[in-house]
Ligand binder design. Structure first.
Ligand SMILES: CC(C)(COP(=O)(O)OP(=O)(O)OC[C@H]1O[C@@H](n2cnc3c(N)ncnc32)[C@H](O)[C@@H]1OP(=O)(O)O)[C@@H](O)C(=O)NCCC(=O)NCCS
Length: 90
């Protein structure tokens, strides 16, 4: 799955069936995403890899992706009511 946020292209959830790995399918899917993002003039394509997923990191490096240094923050989606309970609402 890939998406354009108006600033960068993103790739999510790349996966190839176990029986068809190492046949060039992953690379082709990435190329397809890059081509699709090309129509928006995306200057950069980014993706996230879990730190323990060394195999995926090796794959991305092999197909020319470079590792960057970001800190990644998240929290579970909070409703206004939940934020108010946490005294965070403005
Ligand atoms: C990562 C994944 C998508 C790769 O798909 P794939 O179809 O096997 O990859 P390709 O056959 O297109 O490989 C492209 C190149 O990467 C290399 N490569 C692929 N997996 C590799 C691995 N685990 N370690 C080292 N190199 C790897 C291939 O050897 C190939 O190199 P080559 O150009 O010298 O032939 C697949 O292994 C997968 O679905 N993994 C589980 C899901 C996952 O972790 N997805 C990533 C989430 S961020």
């Amino acid at each position: 799955m890939c998406g354009w946020d108006g600033h960068r292209g993103w790739i999510y959830y790349l996966g190839v069936d176990n029986d068809f790995r190492r046949w060039g399918v992953g690379r082709k899917l990435i190329w397809h995403c890059e081509d699709w993002l090309g129509q928006f003039g995306a200057p950069k394509v980014q993706l996230m890899v879990r730190s323990e997923n060394e195999a995926a990191a090796r794959f991305y490096e092999k197909i020319g992706y470079e590792e960057d240094s970001f800190r990644f923050f998240y929290r579970r989606t909070a409703t206004k009511r939940h934020r108010e309970q946490q005294s965070e609402a403005p």
